[in-house]
Design a protein around this ligand. Sequence first.
Ligand SMILES: [Zn+2]
Length: 220
Amino acid sequence: MSDALTSSTPGSPVHFEVSTNVPTTHGTFQMRAYRDLVTSAEHVAIIGTLPDGSLPSDGALVRVHSECLTGEAFGSLKCECGPQLDAALDTIAAEGGVVVYLRGQEGRGIGLINKLKAYRLQEDGLDTLDANLALGLPADSRAYGGAAGILADLGITRVRLLSNNPEKRRQLEEHGITVESLVPLVVGVSPQNAGYLDTKRDRMGHELPAHLEAGAGAAG
Ligand SMILES: [Zn+2]
């Protein structure tokens, strides 16, 4: 981590731009902003200090979270991104850790308009995976090189990952981050997204309970 106003480590996929403290309803966090040198997206590392006041380091609790406008800003019940983000921020406020918030990955990477087109197809009965495929789009095109670059900038090479998504684990490890464990983040199940979560479990390999009860949930 650098305290310089902006900095870039040679070979890093991200450029550090600024660090500032922001009070939120979850607690006060250090927010470090980065520019993704591959996609030009602006990402944020949201950092909660440990109970002893130290900054997260190796072995930290980390959530790598993709921006979801519909779920987080509009309260859409089609997915559980809003409750997941809230729970992750509450967790790092209490225990310390990092939420790496990746922008430019709406709808598992297909963009906002395509995501709403996929929702339209789901009204005709397609599930979340087949709707993407029907639009000629990948099931999940998110990339995590930027997240790995941000973690490297923070001096974190080993994480406990707040997720049930083995693909996210695989991609982070491919970029040199050791995932010591997947820590379940079970929130946000509703009648409107139970089918979506079933598809993530049964067709996309997410480690979720066999029977999802409304009021519980699962991390993407
Ligand atoms: Zn979402």
